[in-house]
Design a protein. Structure first.
Length: 356
């Protein structure tokens, strides 16, 4: 087969738009020869379990899956009885961007809380963490937070620990959506365990696809008392890969060494470069009518643009509207975002806003 897409096409829509990192592609090829036992009884899945134990400590269990929605839905299902509910931010991926899968596939009620920066606090959690014993109300038994958040912000270790302590004091458990966990680790300059297991997280979705993998995420159970039935739920929810060695090999490539950090550091650095360049041009009066709506702490930027500018920029670089009503857009940098991509976007933005 010949290449049929324009390899020079670049964008800032999502870190899902990028290709597969060459080291991940090599790992897939290395796992390809010969036969291995199917459905996760292969040597690569066994190695991946060792890799995750090295990151998170002894006693953790890992379950590779195809995608982030699967990781979140199946992981949350394992934490809840049929009458259980999840408290999450209104902006959470499980609420906004998973097509109703938690409700439709998982049978999970979501109690959502509005936040200014995508981050929950004990006080915000208490808005919906209530009504235990009321047979008319789905019982809030799990809190789910995202690191880094859907708005590109980060929880500190102290913030996660405060949430975990509060949640556990209420008899609830804590889930973390870590689809961009590598970006958080790179930005915080901390090992993965420091802001997950050691901070009180019970069940974790570990991301790979947004950071250079092809089809690879995982559920990692950090506290076995908070989860049960994943062996069966993964199959029931169509997330059990028959040729799982190829899913596991991708995650080994990312997490056995430092590739997950190298990729994330680069995408974070490109986001910081983009933010810094725009801020400087705004200060110099060379970019007008542009305002950032969130701090840039990982690899995502959120900003409002003057009317019509977004559509003109999209003629060159693809990206998404975040809040059309206030002309807010989201730009995301990837492991393969180049400095020239960033600089070209800044120049286009300056030209479009100066032309107003």
């Amino acid at each position: 087969m010949t290449t049929i897409h324009d390899v020079n096409l670049r964008g800032f829509a999502s870190d899902n738009y990028s290709g597969i990192h060459p080291e991940v592609m090599t790992a897939i090829a290395a796992a390809n020869d010969g036969h291995q036992v199917a459905y996760g009884e292969d040597v690569y899945s066994a190695r991946l379990a060792e890799v995750f134990r090295a990151h998170f400590g002894e006693g953790v269990e890992s379950f590779p899956v195809f995608n982030g929605t699967g990781a979140n839905v199946v992981g949350l299902q394992s934490m809840l009885p049929r009458w259980g509910a999840v408290v999450c931010a209104q902006s959470a991926h499980i609420n906004v961007d998973e097509g109703g899968a938690p409700e439709k596939v998982g049978g999970i009620k979501l109690w959502t809380v509005p936040t200014e920066d995508g981050k929950l606090t004990p006080e915000l959690i208490d808005i919906e963490a209530r009504g235990w014993g009321d047979e008319h109300r789905a019982q809030p038994l799990v809190v789910s937070l995202t690191q880094s958040t859907e708005l590109g912000t980060l929880y500190s270790v102290e913030e996660i620990r405060a949430i975990a302590d509060h949640v556990h004091s209420l008899g609830m458990h804590l889930h973390m959506d870590g689809s961009r966990i590598a970006n958080a680790a790179a930005a915080l300059d901390l090992p993965l365990r420091a802001f997950t297991r050691d901070a009180g997280v019970d069940v974790l979705s570990v991301g790979g696809t947004k950071n250079g993998a092809m089809v690879a995420e995982a559920i990692v159970v950090l506290n076995p008392e908070a989860s049960e039935g994943l062996t069966y739920l993964r199959k029931t929810n169509m997330q059990l890969a028959s040729k799982m060695r190829f899913v596991s090999a991708q995650l080994i490539a990312l997490y056995e060494g430092d590739l997950y950090l190298r990729n994330a550091r680069h995408s974070n650095a490109m986001a910081a470069r983009l933010r810094g360049a725009i801020d400087s041009r705004i200060a110099a009066g060379e970019i007008t009518g542009v305002e950032f709506t969130q701090p840039t702490q990982a690899n995502g930027l959120f900003l409002t643009l003057p009317a019509g500018v977004a559509d003109r920029l999209r003629e060159t670089f693809r990206f998404y509207d975040w809040d059309e009503a206030r002309r807010e857009v989201r730009w995301v940098c990837s492991f393969d975002t180049a400095e020239s991509d960033v600089d070209s976007l800044v120049e286009l933005l300056a030209a479009e806003t100066a032309a107003r």
